[in-house]
Design a protein around this ligand. Structure first.
Ligand SMILES: Nc1nc2c(ncn2[C@@H]2O[C@H](COP(=O)(O)OP(=O)(O)OP(=O)(O)O)[C@@H](O)[C@H]2O)c(=O)[nH]1
Ligand SMILES: [Mg+2]
Length: 376
C-alpha cells in the first residue's frame, strides 16, 4: 500500500469520507491535515501551511499528497513544484478508485472518457495560460505540443464516445425487449456504501461483493426475481458521491440512466450516518436523480442499517433531512432483514399501478448528444 499525507476539511464527516476514499484507492494515510479552507487561490491552502507541509513531507516522505478538494491545474502545479511531490486532488483520487474497480467493458470506457475529460480540462487551462503568454512552456509543454496533445485527446475521446453510444443503443434495445415481455424493472440507487449491494443480495439471493470500502460496485448487475406473482429485474448500480464534477457523473450516466426507465427506484440511505452527513448525501442523491430525470413518484426511500439506530431516532432523522410524508420511505435492515417484507409490499404496490406512459427509446442522435457535452 502506498503512503499519503491527506489534507481535508476540519469536520468529522469529511475526514471519514476522505479516509474511505484513500483506502479505496489503496493509500495509507500517514498524516492527516485538517483545514478550514481549501480554496485559496495560489496553493489551495495558505502559504504558511504549505511551508509546514513541505517540512513534514521531507521528513516522512509519503508517496503522494492527497488533496480532498478539486484543484485548478495552476494550483496543482504551484503546490507540486514547491513540495516536490505527486499531488492527487479529489477528482483524480476518485478516478483512481474507479479505475481499480471497473469490471465491465462499459465501465472501463466510461472511466476512460472521464479521464479524457479530466485531461482535457487541464489541457484547456494549459492552452489558455500559454496563449496569455503568462507561463510559456507551462508544465514543460510548449504551444505546439499542447495543441497536438489536445487534438490527440479529442480524437481518442471521439472513439470512446462512439463505442459508448453503441452500448447505450444496445441497452435501449434490451429495455424495450424487457418491456415487451412484461418484465418490471427495479433499480437500487444511493450514496456509496449505503448498503445497495447488501440489499440486492437479500432481494435476489445473490452473493455479490459488498464491503465497507467505497465504490465496491461500479458496473450494474441485474438479476431476475419474483415480486409475488410479477417477474421482475433488480439492478444494483454505482453509488453516488458529492462533490463529483459534472463530467464524471456524465461519464457514468449511461449506467445510471437505467434509473430513469425503472418502474421502481429504491434509494438506499444509510440512516446510521450523522444528521449532517445524511443531509449532504440525501441532497446529493436528489440532485443526481433530478439530473437523470428520475420521476419521484417511482422512488421508495429505504432507510437502511436501521439495526444500528433507535426507532425514534430514525423518525427524527427522516424528518430532519426532509423526507416529508409525501415521500415513500421505510426503515429497513439488509443485515437483520428487518422490514424487508414491508419494502417488498411497497414495491409490489408500485408495480401494480396502472402502467404510465413509457419513455421512448432514445434515438441515436440523442445518445450522441448525451456524450457530446462541451468537450470541443
Ligand atoms: N449494520 C448494518 N450494516 C449494513 C447493512 N447493510 C449494509 N451494511 C454494511 O455496509 C457496508 C456497505 O455495504 P454495501 O452493500 O457494499 O454498500 P453499497 O451501497 O453497495 O456500496 P458501493 O457499492 O461501494 O457503492 C458493508 O460493510 C455492509 O456489510 C445493514 O442493514 N446494517
Ligand atoms: Mg455496491
Amino acid at each position: 500500500m502506498h503512503s499519503a499525507i491527506l489534507i481535508t476539511y476540519d469536520n468529522e464527516d469529511s475526514i471519514k469520507e476522505a479516509y474511505g476514499l484513500c483506502e479505496a484507492a489503496g493509500y495509507k494515510v500517514d498524516k492527516l491535515i485538517r483545514q478550514k479552507f481549501l480554496n485559496k487561490s495560489r496553493y489551495g491552502i495558505g502559504e504558511g501551511k504549505m511551508l509546514e507541509i513541505k517540512e513534514l513531507s521531507e521528513k516522512i516522505k509519503p508517496d503522494v499528497l492527497i488533496y480532498d478538494e478539486i484543484l485548478k491545474p495552476s494550483q496543482n502545479y504551484n503546490l507540486a513544484s514547491k513540495l516536490k511531490i505527486n499531488i492527487l486532488d479529489r477528482e483524480s483520487l476518485i478516478l483512481e478508485i474507479f479505475e481499480r474497480r471497473a469490471t465491465s467493458a462499459e465501465s472501463h470506457l466510461q472511466i476512460k472518457l472521464a479521464q479524457f475529460r479530466y485531461e482535457m480540462s487541464r489541457a484547456k487551462e494549459k492552452v489558455r495560460l500559454a496563449k496569455m503568454g503568462e507561463q510559456p512552456g507551462f508544465m514543460g509543454i510548449g504551444m505546439y505540443e499542447v495543441d497536438s496533445y489536445y487534438n490527440d485527446i479529442q480524437n481518442r475521446m471521439r472513439s470512446v464516445k462512439s463505442k459508448l453510444v453503441k452500448m447505450g443503443k444496445q441497452r435501449a434495445l434490451h429495455r424495450e425487449a424487457r418491456r415487451r415481455v412484461g418484465l418490471k424493472t427495479i433499480s437500487l440507487a444511493g450514496y456509496t456504501s449505503a448498503g445497495k449491494t447488501t440489499m440486492f443480495n437479500v432481494l435476489t439471493g445473490e452473493t455479490k461483493q459488498e464491503s465497507p470500502e467505497l465504490f465496491t460496485t461500479l458496473s450494474t448487475t441485474t438479476r431476475k426475481t419474483m415480486i409475488e406473482k410479477y417477474p421482475a429485474l433488480i439492478s444494483d448500480t454505482v453509488g453516488f458521491i458529492s462533490k463529483l464534477p459534472a463530467y464524471m457523473i456524465e461519464a457514468f450516466k449511461s449506467t445510471l440512466e437505467e434509473l430513469k426507465y425503472a418502474e421502481v427506484v429504491i434509494v438506499v440511505i444509510d440512516i446510521s450516518d450523522s444528521e449532517m452527513d445524511l443531509r449532504k448525501k440525501y441532497r446529493s442523491c436528489l440532485k443526481t436523480m433530478a439530473d437523470l430525470d428520475v420521476d419521484q413518484e417511482r422512488v421508495i426511500y429505504a432507510l437502511n442499517k436501521s439495526d444500528l439506530v433507535e426507532p425514534e431516532d430514525i423518525i427524527k432523522k427522516a424528518e430532519f433531512i426532509g423526507l416529508s410524508d409525501s415521500k415513500k420511505w421505510v426503515p429497513v435492515s439488509a443485515v437483520s432483514q428487518q422490514n424487508i417484507p414491508k419494502l417488498m409490499e411497497l414495491v409490489k404496490k408500485m408495480i401494480e399501478r396502472p402502467p404510465q406512459q413509457i419513455k421512448e427509446i432514445p434515438r441515436k442522435q440523442d445518445l450522441t448528444k448525451f456524450y457530446e457535452q462541451d468537450d470541443d
